[in-house]
Design a protein around this ligand. Structure first.
Ligand code: HEM
Length: 500
């Protein structure tokens, strides 16, 4: 075979380019760092194992190299912190989830307040003061909205009905109560608004479906590439922002007018938009387009953090319930007793009495089975208590499976489903703990977890009271994996009316 001079020249250039990338990207691990797991292929490193075999691969690394260890994925060294060391990440401000998320979930490119630490602090304060502190006042409305959703999405099942949960994962079920809390009862009756709430995250994450090949050069190159269309004016979420603005404007204008006319006699509705109108930072006399953009930006941050997460976990808890017939009667009996006690109208006290259901939900959250998650960026060089040091800029991932399946906390068979572990050990589903990281831990632990668990418990209570729920196979269905991240099974659930 003859090669022309040009062909040989091209080969040489390709070789030089690969060598330069290899040399630049070659991980440089200093002496005191966690051990680097050896790999066979330069540049690719452990990427394939991480994507297609994460559970087994990381378990083998953990066994061989201890905790923590370093792996090389998508051209970056990642430190994997497990059961012994993981909690340290959450005890100091040296590690930042927000900084790491910018390269994984570039929401800041469509919601500019996501890039502003002060605004995010305001979001967190709003969740704590405006939602969690008022949870008892919201309970009746959450219940009502969940029942509307259940009747619409599941409805009459005189004959068994298969509801396919894939992709949607009951996001519109959860969107309704969240809309009620954020924008009030009147706007949340509008189906377009509910759709905007339910689909915002799914539509935004459509840009994340592009495989991160360019991350091998640098994660920022990949992010610049996938967000390129946004710079030319295309936005996957624009229509949702327009819908919300359209419906917010007349309501906000009416509230300002009512306030002016009624003065002290004005009765402020309980919702987050009213919380804004009374907040010195967001006070206004006139509803301008700029003001609406500001409010929508803020609301969509709460929507992104609250709906997708909660709907994914209520779906998963339903699969966990449906696949375990041995638990059905016990949990059903608790719901019947509480339903009789409250005459169908739950208060926060009644929800707190659902101790078996709470323990079941905690166990479903613990065994959700994402292998690693919650990436945090190390903002300055840090030395762990065991003396190992990691450099500034390093991404540290929490090895959730190692934490959630540790034998010290969960006994000799930590992978089995222990429905009453929380109840027996006085660990409610909302309580963060070094053996339970589903809501993170420390200062930045999820501020929305009280709302999330309440929605899941109310939703499950109503569903279990009204329906027999089964999996199509009659067994526990397997989760679906995207690399190391788990999502609920996609087989669907069978609902059948309970005989009253
Ligand atoms: C089952 C549902 C949910 C899960 C599993 C979940 C999980 C998490 C996790 C793991 C974190 C990171 C914590 C850390 O770094 O220590 C977090 C943060 C956060 N979550 Fe949730 N979450 C859920 C529901 C919600 C809801 C309903 C809201 C809002 C009402 C919310 C708002 C937030 C916010 C604003 C943060 C950022 C906190 C900060 O940076 O300080 N989450 N969540």
């Amino acid at each position: 075979m003859d090669f022309s001079f040009e062909t040989i020249q091209s080969f040489v250039w390709v070789f030089i380019a690969i060598y330069v990338v290899y040399w630049i990207k070659k991980p440089r691990i200093s002496k005191n760092e966690p051990p680097m797991v050896p790999y066979k292929f330069p540049i690719i490193g452990h990427t394939l194992d991480y994507l297609f075999n994460a559970e087994k691969f990381l378990a083998e690394c953990r066994q061989k190299y201890g905790d923590p260890f370093n792996i090389y994925v998508f051209g970056q060294v990642n430190t994997i912190a497990g059961n012994e060391i993981g909690h340290e990440i959450y005890l100091t401000e040296v590690f930042s989830l927000r900084s790491a998320m910018r390269e994984k979930f570039p929401l800041n490119r469509v919601l500019n307040c996501f890039d502003n630490p002060e605004k995010i602090e305001q979001v967190i304060k709003t969740i704590r003061e405006g939602i969690t502190a008022n949870l008892s006042l919201y309970t009746e409305r959450i219940q009502k909205q969940l029942m509307i959703s259940i009747n619409k999405e599941i409805g009459d099942c005189s004959n068994p009905k298969l509801i396919i949960t894939a992709n949607r994962n009951f996001s519109s079920v959860i969107a309704r109560p969240v809309a009620d809390i954020l924008v009030g009862q009147e706007i949340s009756e509008n189906e377009d608004v509910i759709k905007a709430f339910a689909n915002f995250t799914k539509d935004f994450t459509s840009i994340l479906k592009i495989p991160p090949i360019l991350s091998f050069i640098h994660p920022k190159v990949h992010i610049e590439f996938i967000t390129l269309p946004l710079r030319f004016g295309w936005s996957p979420i624009r229509r949702h922002v327009i819908t919300l603005k359209e419906h917010l404007r007349p309501i906000l204008e009416k509230r300002l007018k009512d306030k002016e006319i009624l003065g002290d006699k004005y009765e402020p509705p309980l919702d987050i938009i009213e919380y804004f109108l009374n907040n010195p930072v967001y006070e206004t006399k006139v509803i301008t387009d700029d003001y609406l953009n500001k409010i929508c930006n803020f609301l969509f941050v709460i929507i992104v953090t609250s709906i997708h997460t909660t709907s994914r976990h209520i779906t998963s808890a339903l699969y966990d319930f449906a696949g375990r017939p041995e638990l059905w009667d016990d949990i059903y009996e608790e719901q019947v007793r509480i339903d009789k006690e409250c005459n169908g109208e739950l208060s926060l006290q009644h929800i707190n009495k659902m101790v078996k259901l709470d323990s079941f939900v905690r166990e479903s959250l613990r065994t959700f089975d994402t292998v690693v998650g919650s990436p945090h960026r190390c903002l300055e060089s840090y030395t762990f208590k065991n003396g190992m040091t990691i450099p500034k800029g390093r991404i540290v991932q929490t090895y959730l499976m190692d934490i959630h399946y540790n034998t010290t906390a969960y006994g000799p068979e930590p992978r089995s489903f222990l429905p009453y572990h929380g109840l027996e050990n006085n660990f409610p589903a909302t309580k963060t703990d070094k053996n339970y990281f589903i809501f993170g831990s420390g200062k930045h632990a999820c501020p929305g977890r009280f709302l999330a668990v309440n929605e899941i418990k109310i939703g499950m209570h109503k569903l279990i009271l009204n329906y027999h729920i089964k999996t199509p196979s009659g067994k526990i269905e397997k989760k679906v994996y995207y690399g190391p991240y788990a999502v609920p099974p996609a087989t669907g659930l069978i609902f059948e009316n309970r005989k009253k």
